[in-house]
Design a protein around this ligand. Sequence first.
Ligand code: NZQ
Ligand code: ZN
Length: 384
Amino acid sequence: MHNFTFKNKTEILFGKGQVQEMRSRMPNDKKILFVYGGGSIKKNGIYDDVLKTLEGFDYVEFSGVEPNPTYETLSKAVEIAKTQDIGFILAVGGGSVIDGAKYIAAAAHYDGDGWDILVNGAPVTTALPIGAVLTLPATGSESNGNSVVTKKATSQKRAFGTPVVQPEFAVLDPSYTFSLPTRQISNGVVDAFVHVIEQYLTYSVNAPLQDRFAEGILSTLIEEGPKALANPTDYDTRANVMWSATMALNGLIGQGVPQDWATHMIGHELTALYNLDHAVTLAIVLPPLMYVQQDKKRDKLIQLGERVFGLQMEDKDKLIEETIKQTQNFFEKMGIRTKLSDYELAADEVTKAIDNLKKNGHTALGEHQDITPEIADRILTLAI
Ligand code: NZQ
Ligand code: ZN
């Protein structure tokens, strides 16, 4: 196992009615920026709950953070934060709103154009504190320090990460997810599944506890994901999906082990260019990536097949083939099509995505940094 230091500062407020607990955790001597998305929270009652908890606090609202939040929209909120003496951000939504809040929090304390943080590695040493109310279990953003922002003008989707922007608290009320459209239930489960895979499906460093954690989350998602589609208002199912998604990317399972993230990096280029949902890009990229990288990932592919999919085969090459197939079948079962052609994308679009990977400097991806643009091209070509 590699050395690591691990701290997760986010206080999780899990369960029905926990939103009230925010009152004692938000500052009453500072102005709060209440950030949300396109308005789903006004239809499902979450907005009203939040307003109730905000009674007596000094706050301003900022709405309209879009899925795959853009620099263009978030810059308006940064301006408000800078000019209206904001001291705290309350983010209510999915990963996009929470990621957006992290960018606002960092850019508000940055003397210059916040985009520098995403493309030039400008250090984030201070940021506004953030609280989150999660409405879509998927990204883990509610209890990690990552943020992904898109600049529309240049079709660039870029990430930054620092504990400085990690939420102080996160409300996880499973009943807040009852109103999710089917597409977002599917997206959430698949995104969380792939987060685990990125931290698990590499090579062994003799870290059996991390492996068992990862396998536990994968198995739970495989069991509970389809149940969430079948019975959207089953509280227990939603609770299990929600907690799995948080645990998938709150740092725990990735400590001391190698990590891949090539599926995500290649996927981000597809979203930036063709506006595919984040999870859709992962469902497209992961199966062919497993296939192309199977020699490097051999032991873990076998372990995944045997322990998570319950496969037993003498012929390990066949077992690997079946593991990849089962992974793809799971995505399809969750309602996500896994081929580029399902989204009317073909070879020309692959070429553009590979060009952008190069432009963004992502030329050595994966746990061995051996996924060059040529290999990424092979992966995407297999996905057609
Ligand atoms: O905008 P509103 O009106 O709120 O609607 C949203 C949005 O249209 C809707 N929604 C959310 N909660 C709902 C709901 N609709 C009904 N009922 C509810 N309870 O769902 C739509 C999608 O929301 P979004 O926040 O975009 O989805 P998600 O949570 O999947 O976030 C995706 C973003 O997170 C980034 C992705 O790249 C993408 O930009 N990621 C962030 C990560 C992180 N911070 O660690 C890691 C991930 O790998 C990922 O890259
Ligand atoms: Zn993801």
